[in-house]
Design a protein. Sequence first.
Length: 311
Amino acid sequence: MAEPRVSIGLPVYNGELQLESALNSILGQTYTDFELVISDNASTDRTQEICLAFAARDPRIRYYRNDHNLGLTPNFNRAFELTKGEYFGFASHDDYRAPTFIERCLEVLDRDPTVVLCMSQIMLVDDEGRNVAQYDSRLQFPHEMDPEPHWRFHDLIMVPHLCVDDYGLMRSAALRKIKPLYASHDGNDRNMLAELSLYGKFAHVPETLYYWRDQRWRDLDFALWSARLDTAKADQIPFPRWQTLHGYYATLRRVELAPKQRLLCYGHLAEWAVRHTRGLAKDAVRGGDAWFHRHFRSSHGAKAGALGKAD
């Protein structure tokens, strides 16, 4: 297969219930010059069987399976690293898109080289695929097409928004500048999109072409986050807002910006920190409490064991 212009990366773990719908919506696109790379995170259900059956019918599909569950973040990063197209977009195993999604987004990217991400309007749907609410990112990002990068950065960190635009179509060259693409902490998608906004503009086509299911796993207990995001860091105590803040700061240190733009971005970041003072304090208390209990139990258990042996 010749190198495609567009790559779609689909990271999945135990997605058998809605995976076929997602795959059909991708393979049914009116724009056909793409590859679909599936990174299966050692699923234990019928995910592998479904993917292999689809791959046998369509040569555009490349299926990879991890030896063990890496966690959500490494699997997303791997899904991107395995691709080779000029443009890239993530796909979720439980979302679906209209047939013209790639075609319409690609038109915008081809027309304007200063745009690094293009997304359609979004419909939030429930588990049965029923429409729940319309979501328009253009209302969240008033400066998404502003030529000044500090204003785009401002919108991505200061304006409340659903992090669903990273399922849009993006320039792979810009994504490869972000290392790692996703860090292993809650809020990593906000860090990624904020850095991407410094490399170029975001655009949105006016049609509703992407259907996003409400992801209820976001309600997981605080202590389970690290294990879900990265199994290699299962014992790490999460400090999500602090890690997000550090991610923004690391971005501004790394990305090449004019001195004025860098200073203005730091100003926006200071504004973000002030606005999230209570959240930062809450994370510090929760994280500190988790550390104390983990350390206390470990020490107490060790002492109890020693006393038992002494007796």
